[in-house]
Every structure is written in C-alpha cells, then in structure tokens.
Design a protein around this ligand. Structure first.
Ligand code: ZN
Length: 261
C-alpha cells in the first residue's frame, strides 16, 4: 500500500473509529490532534509533487500470549490469561485490518504455536512466534496480562525489546496514551526486556509486550473480562501505533528528501 492510500484510510478511520469508540470519548483528543491533519496535508502535497517514492507501512504482528496447554496466569476466579489475551488481540487485530494495515496474529485460536522442532513445547511455541518476524518489515505487539501476590497492584505495564531503538519509542507512546486517556494515575514506566522475555529478547524488529492489567486485582479483573474495556485497551494500543507510525513516516520522508515545506 502506498502513502496516499494508507493515509486516505487513516483519515477515514478518524471518523469511523470515533463512532465505534463513543464510550471512549477521551480518544477524540488523539484522533483530532493536529498531526493527523498535517499528515493528510503533507500526503496531498506529496502527491502533487509526484515525488514518486513511497513508504510501505510495516506488517503488524499481534501476538496473543500463551494458548492451548499454556494458560498463562490464572485469576482467583479461574479466568485464564490466554483467553483475555486472545480476545484483546482479536479486537486489536480487527482495528489494524479495518484501517488498512496489514496485520496477522501469531495464533487465532486456543492453541500453542509450534516451530516443528523437537524443543520443549514452550520453547517451540515462543520460537514459532519470533519466526513470524524473520526477514519481514514488521512490528511485533505481544498482548499479556499480569499477576502479582499483592492484590492492590493494577495498571498496564509496557516492555520493549532492546534490539531496535524504535521499540522503546512505541512502548513510550503506549504508556503515555494509556496513562493519559485510560488509566490516570498509572505511573508505571516502560521497561527494557531482558532474556526473561523470550519474544522481546529474540525479535530483531520493533517489538513491545503489553501487560494490559493484573488478573490478581479484583476490580481490574472484572474490567478485563468485559469487551468494552478490552476495546479501550485495543484503542489505546492502536492509537499509539498510529502516532508512532506518523513519526516513522516523517523520518522516512526526511531521510529521503521528501519533506515539503
Ligand atoms: Zn503472559
């Protein structure tokens, strides 16, 4: 997809998505931000200039953590992390697809991916997820839920891969949009992942892992179990990504002499 069609969809999404997320009124601030108008204007001028060069947005790989025999964290009421992850990832993936991004998921049902090797089931699963990024211009977004012995812990926590500087930028967007519009008072900072988070340690592309909330916090668990709240989480991640992408697009234009003043 070229810049023109991408931004056409991007602009269109502003109106559609606001209607979809009427419950999430705070997002109107994001979607009506000047940067969007500027992006469209810049695109129109680019077209006029017949600059020729186009930038293809990256493939988005949405990774619902765990699955199948690996349920992930389990809430006191028996809710499995894998199910919240998949439901959230499905909403997120649908948003990306609806608005013109190429998007795939690492699993689409309650199964453990496998790379076909003789490694342990868990390692084979994680390798298969990372393998989907091999040789691709992509961004990897992993969706998980947290759990902690202290029930009062709550709020989204974003981790990023240290292998590509863009990971930290995307993570920071998600953190700030989430704290600004969905979870006022969430002061958790982004964290660089070490080898304990296999997928972020091994992905070479921009990669983040979003621990959406704590299954061990009764109030947050109840929210995470609702489609309405999961839509808000997906909206936060999606809106953050579009802001990140707009900046990447600007950088690309600068690097390629396409910025028009
Ligand atoms: Zn997890």
């Amino acid at each position: 997809m070229n810049i023109r069609s991408h931004n056409g969809l991007f602009f269109e999404f502003t109106a559609h998505f606001l209607a979809l997320a009427a419950v999430f009124a705070a997002l109107t601030v994001i979607f009506s931000a000047p940067s969007i108008g500027q992006t469209r204007d810049r695109t129109a001028r680019l077209a006029d200039s017949e600059a020729g060069a186009v930038r293809t947005p990256p493939l988005v790989i949405v990774d619902p953590g765990h699955g199948g025999a690996d349920g992930g964290a389990v809430a006191p009421d028996g809710t499995c992390e894998k199910d919240i992850n998949l439901a959230t990832a499905e909403t997120l993936s649908a948003l990306f697809t609806s608005y013109g991004y190429e998007c795939v998921m690492t699993r689409e049902d309650d199964t453990m991916p496998s790379d076909g090797s003789s490694a342990s089931k868990k390692l084979s699963d994680l390798r298969a997820r990372v393998k989907m990024t091999d040789g691709r211009d992509c961004v990897f977004i992993s969706v998980h839920q947290n759990k902690f012995p202290q029930a009062e812990c709550s709020g989204t926590q974003v981790y990023y891969s240290g292998n590509d500087a863009r990971s930290a930028r995307l993570a920071e967007k998600i953190r700030s949009v989430c704290a600004g519009y969905l979870q006022p008072g969430n002061v958790r900072q982004t964290k660089r992942a070490g080898s304990e988070i296999y997928v972020l340690d091994r992905c070479r592309c921009p990669a983040v892992l979003v621990e959406c909330g704590f299954l061990s916090n009764p109030a947050e668990l109840e929210k995470l179990k609702t489609e309405e709240y999961r839509k808000k989480l997906a909206a936060v991640i999606f809106a953050s990504f579009t802001e990140y992408e707009a900046e990447e697009e600007e950088k690309y234009e600068e690097q390629n002499g396409l910025r028009l003043q």
